[in-house]
Design a protein around this ligand. Sequence first.
Ligand SMILES: Cc1ncc(COP(=O)(O)O)c(C=O)c1O
Length: 405
Amino acid sequence: MASRWYRIPPGFVYDLNADVPSPVAVGHHGRVRIADFALERYFARWEFAVRHLLCASDVEGYPMADLLALADDEARALWDGLRLGYTESTGHPLLRREIASLYEGIEPDDVLVFAGAEEGIFCLANVLLGPGDHAVVTWPGYQSLYEVARAVGAEVTLHELHEADGWALDVDRLRSAIRPDTRLVVVNVPHNPTGMLPGHAEWRALTDLCAERGVHLLSDEVYRFLEFDPADRLEAGADALERGISLGVMSKTFAMAGLRIGWLATRDRALLERLAAFKDYTTICASAPSEILALVGLRAREMVLARSRAIVEANLPLLDAFFASRPETFRWVRPRAGSVAFPRLAVPGADIDAFAADLVAAEGVLLLPGSRFGHPGNHFRIGFGRADLPAALERLADYADLRFG
Ligand SMILES: Cc1ncc(COP(=O)(O)O)c(C=O)c1O
């Protein structure tokens, strides 16, 4: 029998919250209107075309064979016996258990697995925000953290970080940005692109503020566990407040971007349910092999993290020396955590976009100009999670000295 419910005019969607679902007009006609993701477009052009990616945000990809060698008996049996069917839409129960163990007060049922952090961001903005809602998002930052919010019709206030403040969050300024219609505050700590990490007191002030105002806090923690001093590790957003949502992923600290496994963790179960329902329209469930490999990686996290930290710790002194010996050419705020920093080309009259274009043509070394974050300063992102940083930095040094030395 033909049903009238299948006849949806273009530009309409069903309001499933109405007693009787009926079509409601939406502001666009069958196309998601969203600005290009400038950073990802840049990577799509360059990432696999250059010799040295000196602006990558992830840690050097973990070799698959090495990872499998870390599997315990149970995980090895899951891998060997894996059937390539659909998986549980919320995520493999053992994987969710392992993810939950990264937090203090999070249960496996507080965790929803996504295809990377990116899908989690997309689903959360769609579920939590719409026209008439307001969000406050730190900036410069990973574009989807504010762009998806805008695309779903929310008004976004960017909480700008400044080099002169050491890129620090300003909780008082953030407080004054919160309005009665604010539904979501978004922060990314440790921060991409600056490597900023708030102190514990500042973080507590921010999480208390969100709790007081009843606002959800999306805490993008994809670089968590890469604090240069482990004592600086912040309480996870999901632990800090009931409406805190921690975003995690295997890509960065855990060095396994190719798995495309990420997650949202929150004690707000009603929100998690809505997220699960929305995910039915994006990926439904995660990749079966990736879930098992992520399980292996998280169970062996001490080894995985030790490798990531060793790469970062070997690279940082090289950056220190590089910047210390070129104070007229570059300035940087030394990061406190993560695998990226946001230095500035300080030569009067020099332009970072032109310099980066010349550098990649001459040396095959890629930097990420601040313009890709929509940032007007002469800053650029540099990544120090890759094993080829020494060679890449040498080429950058030679080229910069030739140009500006
Ligand atoms: C702060 C931040 N959040 C989220 C993501 C998305 O992570 P993924 O590519 O693993 O989905 C990135 C990736 O660069 C990021 O830097």
